[in-house]
Design a protein around this ligand. Structure first.
Ligand code: AHR
Length: 497
């Protein structure tokens, strides 16, 4: 099969906001305790943070980490996690039915984020709490000094304010599972009033309003419209969450699920713009895809976990090779929408539906999905291009006209680099790709990275990097045309400079 692509410097989607390579750490399972933080570990620093995990997170190049939840935040008292540790209460976390020790809280997490060179996307509790706790947390984190909460932070040893820029107004408030679940009207009102006071404390912050928990929610679309109707002039982003899974073991259909993600993104843009029109507003609301990933492998195991444990192994999906391909397709999909998609968080980062896993007292290791994410984060900075692609197509159970070639490209003007990301969804055959890069004069091929595996169900494990990329792809560049074989079921990164 053959596919063609044309890349032009001037065919642009937009500049990429690096926050699309964000991720997420929730107080859930072994993400915090036993993940980023394991004081007894031989590689722990003086504060108990695992240095091997820090190195892997830095290699992923995550510029933003959402915290502390997730469902957890809807029952969280942020005050429990600051000040002397010996005074911090143990609480029942009703979201995940565990016991939270509060050993790690805002200040420790901010310290860890600094070590991995990431900003924090802080969520406030709009489940059990509201306006007051939210404005106090902004004051604690961002106000310089001379007020109760800023001076409290200083008394906790943190002189300079954190100036946290991005904040989430609660989490998945449309979901009946959420502590303090709300109707769209109820949430819209509280989000609006909370947004106002948070910005009165610090007008420089940006706010994300909760969109639907996923595209299948019965209230989807109506929820976004109602919430934005209430909050439009006070918030900056509307959130999207979506997880996929190959429950029917139908890989052709599974790999096409990024088309649904594409449709989801387009729909939310339309809803936001409908409210813009309705309000005759000059302001544009952008998108924060602040939870996205694959999540289904661990569902059965999670049912067996005894309640009220401290940091039990929850949501520990072990990702296989086909999952890495879908993650690649999802990354490409997001790159196609960076004119409106400004924030995205791979959910999550360590141990919990994560690219990085840790063994207690043992090694940290990379899951299959680590690689496409790392490649996109590393090479996908600059301007997202809008390629013209022609590829053979297939139909699957839920989708029609699925391109075998899923691809896009990023142009880094400053570094003079061009990177093509490509997935071949074909189960049987390689694609012969021909890519015309006509006005990239003087560019040379740097490398053609390929992630491939004969076994789509192959996973990685501690000290077993079964699925890992190689740089032996066969792309060649001649007279402004790249020709490359894109192996069947593979993730490809073709780099030029
Ligand atoms: O990321 C895991 C959970 O998924 C989050 O806590 C919640 O927001 C979503 O349902």
């Amino acid at each position: 099969k053959k596919a063609k692509m044309i890349l032009e410097k001037d065919f642009k989607v937009s500049e990429i906001d690096e926050r699309i390579y964000g991720s997420f750490i929730e107080h859930l399972g072994r993400a915090v305790y036993g993940g980023i933080y394991e004081p007894g570990h031989q590689l722990a620093d003086e504060n108990g943070f695992r240095k091997d995990v820090i190195e892997m997170v830095k290699e992923l190049g995550v510029p933003l980490v959402r915290y502390p939840g997730g469902n957890f935040v809807s029952g969280y008292n942020w005050e429990d996690g600051v000040g002397p540790r010996e005074h911090r209460p143990r609480r029942l976390d009703l979201a995940w039915r565990t016991t939270e020790t509060n050993e790690i809280g805002t200040n420790e997490f901010m310290q860890w984020a600094k070590l991995v060179n990431a900003e924090v996307n802080m969520a406030v509790n709009l489940g059990t709490r509201g306006i007051d706790a939210a404005r106090n947390l902004v004051e604690y984190c961002n106000h310089p000094s001379g007020s109760y909460y800023s001076d409290l932070r200083i008394s906790h040893g943190v002189k300079e304010p954190y100036n946290i820029k991005t904040w989430c107004l609660g989490n998945e408030m449309d979901g009946p599972w959420q502590i303090g679940h709300k109707t769209a009207e109820e949430y819209g009102r509280i989000a609006c009033e909370t947004a106002k006071v948070m910005k009165w404390v610090d007008p420089t912050i940006e706010l994300v309003a909760c969109g639907s928990s996923n595209r299948s929610m019965p209230t989807f679309a109506e929820w976004e419209a109602t919430v934005l109707d209430h909050t439009y002039e006070h918030v900056d982003y509307i959130s999207l969450h979506q997880y996929y899974g190959n429950r029917d073991n139908d890989i052709a259909n599974y790999l096409a699920q990024s088309l649904e993600m594409d449709d989801f993104i387009r729909s939310v843009i339309s809803i936001a713009d409908y409210i813009k029109a309705k309000k005759r507003s000059k302001k544009t609301i952008n998108l924060s895809f602040d939870e996205w990933n694959i999540w289904y492998h661990s569902n059965e195991a999670d049912k067996l976990i005894e309640p009220w444990a401290i940091a039990p192994p929850q949501l520990e999906d072990h990702y296989n090779f086909e999952d890495a391909l879908l993650v690649g397709c999802m990354l490409i999909t997001m790159l196609k929408h960076v004119d409106r998609l400004k924030i995205a968080c791979l959910a999550q980062l360590v141990n919990v539906i994560a690219p990085i896993m840790t063994e207690e007292n043992g090694v940290a290791w990379k899951q299959t999905i680590y690689y496409p994410f790392m490649h996109a984060s590393k090479y996908g900075r600059g301007i997202a291009l809008n390629p013209i692609i022609s590829s053979p197509k297939y139909d699957s159970k839920d989708f029609t006209d699925v391109s075998y070639l899923e691809s896009t490209a990023v142009y880094n003007e400053e570094k003079e680099e061009l990177t093509i990301f490509a997935v071949n969804r074909d189960l049987e055959e390689a694609l012969q790709m021909e890519c015309n890069i006509r006005n990239f004069d003087g560019y040379q091929l740097v490398e053609h990275i390929v992630l491939e595996n004969e076994n789509v169900k192959q996973t990685n494990a501690a000290k077993k990097a079964n699925v890992a990329p190689h740089s032996n792809g066969n792309a060649v560049l001649e007279n402004g045309i790249i020709t490359a074989q894109i192996p069947k079921l593979s993730w490809n990164v073709i780099r030029l400079a």
